[in-house]
Write a protein that binds this ligand. Structure first.
Ligand code: BDR
Ligand code: CA
Length: 309
């Protein structure tokens, strides 16, 4: 059975690979892609989402643009990681398609309401659209199966020493999501930094088709940042791990813990405080990723993306 999903994203190199992985996988059916300001501004993330669908020849999948800034904070992009376009590396021809004529939040609400089966949400950017969805359309919760987000960390952050980018970018939205009562899975940096892909994966993908070559060009650019900052010769493909958890529930080891989001402190803003040793007595509100077989992840992603045009 194929799980209906909506990917809410800010492409983004790893968002793009996450989208392609989903499109290549019969275990999921992509009902739509929604975009948010994050890695780059909304105009760029929306254009990049359209481009990815064009490269994959899947322009039948609707794209809806959402919030261009976080709930209460200004937008702060990650162009030091993803470049000026938000997806530097491959040649980005202007897309010939356009987003649908609906705000992402309305689009997600309508799509969930119309689905005969519970929809799994896969947010891979700041959680602004999802928080607004829950605030404006609380009834949709009944038809949301799971929410598998990329964001946060039990341990170290990446945008600051304490916080991961997606949660740091809109901590108020993240807090709403963790407190929503939904079946939330947090795919954080503890796991995604074990799920690396590098130029070697890219070179195997390049001859397989247009999508393979596109991913190879994405990796060539993305790896440079991770070489500079972390001394790695490969990149964590953060967002694709969230999609992978929906496709292959056996791949990521996880357990349930309480997660709170810091929204006040300047020093630790956006930190996901994970009660790993259950010292608070608070009921778990999320399934949190702990470990993944990174080699297996890379192999499975290569195999799936090779199936695309
Ligand atoms: C997350 O931040 C973005 O830069 C990536 O696309 C990913 O969603 C990793 O911290
Ligand atoms: Ca992202």
């Amino acid at each position: 059975m194929s799980t209906p999903i909506i990917i809410d994203c800010d492409p983004g190199h790893d968002d793009a690979i996450a989208i392609l992985l989903a499109l290549a996988s019969p275990e999921v059916q992509v009902l739509g892609i929604t975009t948010v300001g994050g890695n780059s501004d909304l105009e760029n993330t929306t254009r990049n989402a359209l481009t990815v669908l064009e490269v994959a020849e899947r322009t039948d999948v609707p794209v809806a643009a959402g919030c261009d800034h976080p709930l209460v904070r200004p937008l702060q992009v990650a162009d030091h990681v993803h470049g000026k376009s938000g997806m530097d590396g491959p040649r980005l021809d202007p897309p010939t398609t356009r987003p649908v004529d609906a705000h992402a939040v309305d689009f997600i609400a309508e799509t969930i309401a119309a689905s005969t089966e519970p929809v799994t949400l896969v947010p891979t950017g700041p959680l602004t659209n999802i928080a607004l969805l829950l605030r404006h359309f609380p009834d949709v919760k009944e038809n949301i199966g799971r929410l598998v987000l990329m964001g946060g960390a039990i341990g170290l952050g990446n945008r600051t020493p304490a916080a991961e980018f997606n949660i740091w970018a809109d901590p108020e939205a993240a807090s709403i999501v963790f407190e929503s009562g939904l079946d939330v899975t947090m795919v954080g940096l503890d796991v995604t930094h074990q799920a690396l892909m590098g130029r070697e994966h890219g070179e195997r993908l390049r001859p397989t088709g247009r999508c393979g070559a596109f991913v190879a060009d994405l990796l060539d650019f993305f790896v440079q940042f991770h070489e500079r900052v972390y001394g790695l010769d490969a990149s964590p493909i953060h967002d694709a791990v969230a999609v992978a958890d929906v496709i292959w529930p056996d791949l990521m080891e996880a357990d349930r813990f309480h997660v709170a989001v810091e929204t006040d402190s300047d020093l630790t803003l956006g930190r996901t405080v994970v009660d790993r040793w259950r010292v608070t007595g608070r009921e778990p509100n999320a399934r949190v990723g702990l470990a993944i077989d990174g080699r297996e992840f890379g192999e499975r992603v290569v195999e799936r993306i090779s199936r695309l045009p």
